[in-house]
Design a protein around this ligand. Structure first.
Ligand code: SF4
Length: 478
């Protein structure tokens, strides 16, 4: 069998990620995969860490057993017939089932049957994808042994018959897609499409049709039901009234419908609509933003930077707590709490402004991690009189903006809205994680310092952005 045949006509475990994200993406991969997927720096980092983990698992197994690398489908079969203890990068195919798979390891069980094992950094991310991938290996091996997952934290996960329903669903769905002569009709999803390699292929059609799912807050399912009710385009929605829109899934109630109509109008005209007067808390504002690394050995997020912008809100008023790696996690947390106490005594009342719920959720996680829920600073931060103020709330409660996403950068970078530009155009939270992981590995001190300076500059711009957003809201919407 040629690689071309396997890619085009057989179902691979690696098809699962695309299928879960979007069935059209899975169809395009199978029928016209001319798009070359170039991973961005963050995904490249994930891939490098995954490969390093696989290499570490290989070294560990090589210390215990003879490990033989398979070089073809036939070679894999020969090695299995010979009873090789561990086969590395085995190749399995079952043309009858239409399946092909490449498990990292095939390990001979005491029963003489083979058990597949993959090295994965974590089970919590992409759980369904991993379940399908490992479930496919079990189908290819045609035995009842659970598949193994060698996790980044040293544990081994086992996946058995409980994953069969999702594997069945995947195989049935993929077979239907393989037989489909034309790409399936789907709706736009901002979170998925903007990072999809087929965005340029799909977007013009969504835009030409004025597909309602292009609008912020309109779920694809709502768009489908609205189309059935005769509202198929953004223009039609913009001209609708609350009374003329039926209750449909994800779009029920007058408030949401009113917002949807304005969102359609804003999309077409570029206008900002104000729903209510914004209410901002009184006090001395300090802007706050964290940078955290999810790619730690134990997969517990490590906050490497707790950043603040204090009065008088110039670039020189950036303040922060930094830790070089996860071994300083606890000290960084204590440094953060100490900084909060300093601000609390210097500025009263204090408003600690951040954008989205991430900062508050992280403080909660840290309080649990270090059993400090009753620490006086923590109870103040998370209690009824909390100084924390999520800037996203007044935005979502009061404004309808000509945007497809309401993230801080969406709003601040827009030239007709806040119009604040980050010094480093490429920067973002994933960019920061990549830079931080480079920082951790860098041995040249000058280069290390340069990386740290870049990360600090990015975080400083984040907190300056929330300050600019505050000023913009105060000027126009109070
Ligand atoms: S751009 Fe969107 S609709 Fe098109 S394949 Fe990708 S995720 Fe699916």
């Amino acid at each position: 069998m040629t690689a071309r045949q396997s890619t085009q006509t057989l179902i691979k475990p690696s098809d699962a990620a695309a299928w879960i994200a979007c069935i059209r993406r899975a169809w395009l991969d199978k029928h016209q995969s001319t798009t070359v997927y170039e991973p961005d720096a963050f995904n490249q980092l994930l891939s490098d860490l995954g490969l390093a983990h696989e290499a570490a698992m290989l070294a560990r197994l090589e210390g215990q057993y003879p490990v033989i690398q398979a070089i073809s489908f036939d070679h894999t079969q020969v090695l299995m017939q010979q009873g090789a203890p561990v086969i590395y990068q085995g190749r399995l195919v079952d043309e009858q089932q239409g399946l092909v798979g490449y498990p990292d390891f095939l390990i001979r069980h005491e029963s003489g049957e083979y058990q597949s094992a993959d090295a994965k950094l974590s089970l919590s991310e992409n759980k369904k994808t991993i379940q399908i991938q490992l479930g496919i290996y079990r189908r290819l091996l045609r035995n009842e042994l659970p598949a193994m997952v060698f996790l980044g934290d040293g544990r081994t996960g086992l996946l058995g018959n409980e994953v069969n329903p999702v594997v069945d669903e995947f195989i049935t769905g993929m077979r239907a897609l393989l037989d489909l002569p034309q790409q399936p009709a789907v709706r736009y999803s901002h979170s998925k499409c903007r990072i999809c390699p087929y965005d340029a292929h799909c977007r013009p059609d969504f835009e030409a049709k004025e597909d309602i799912s292009l609008l912020y807050g309109i779920h694809g399912k709502a768009a489908e039901h609205l189309a059935e009710a005769g509202i198929s385009t953004i223009s039609q929605l913009a001209m609708s009234t609350v009374e003329s829109i039926p209750d449909v899934p994800y779009l029920k109630g007058n408030k949401r419908k009113h917002r949807a109509i304005l969102q359609a109008g804003s999309f077409l005209s570029g206008k900002v609509f104000q729903l209510n007067k914004a209410a901002l808390p009184e006090g001395t504002w300090i802007h706050f933003d964290i940078e955290d690394n999810p790619l730690t050995p134990d997969r517990e997020r490590h906050v490497y930077l707790w950043g603040f912008l204090v009065p008088a809100y110039t670039r020189e008023n950036f303040d922060y707590v930094w830790t070089d790696d996860e071994t300083g996690d606890y000290d960084g947390w204590l440094g953060f709490l100490q900084k909060i106490e300093e601000y609390r005594s210097n500025y009263s009342p204090l408003v600690l402004a951040h954008y989205s719920n991430h900062e508050k959720a992280t403080i909660r996680q840290y309080a649990e991690r270090y059993a400090m829920k009753n620490h006086p600073t923590v109870t103040w931060l998370l209690g009824d009189d909390s100084p924390l103020f999520d800037m996203q709330n007044p935005v979502l409660d009061c404004l309808v903006l000509p945007l497809q996403g309401y993230g801080l950068k969406d709003i601040c970078k827009h030239p007709d809205l806040v119009n604040f530009q980050w010094e480093n155009e490429e920067s973002g939270s994933q960019w920061s994680v990549v830079q931080f992981n480079r920082f951790r590995l860098e041995t040249d001190l000058a280069e290390k310092q340069k990386l740290k300076t870049e990360i600090l500059r990015y975080n400083r711009d984040d907190v300056i952005a929330t300050r600019r957003l505050e000023v913009w809201i105060r000027k126009l919407f109070l």
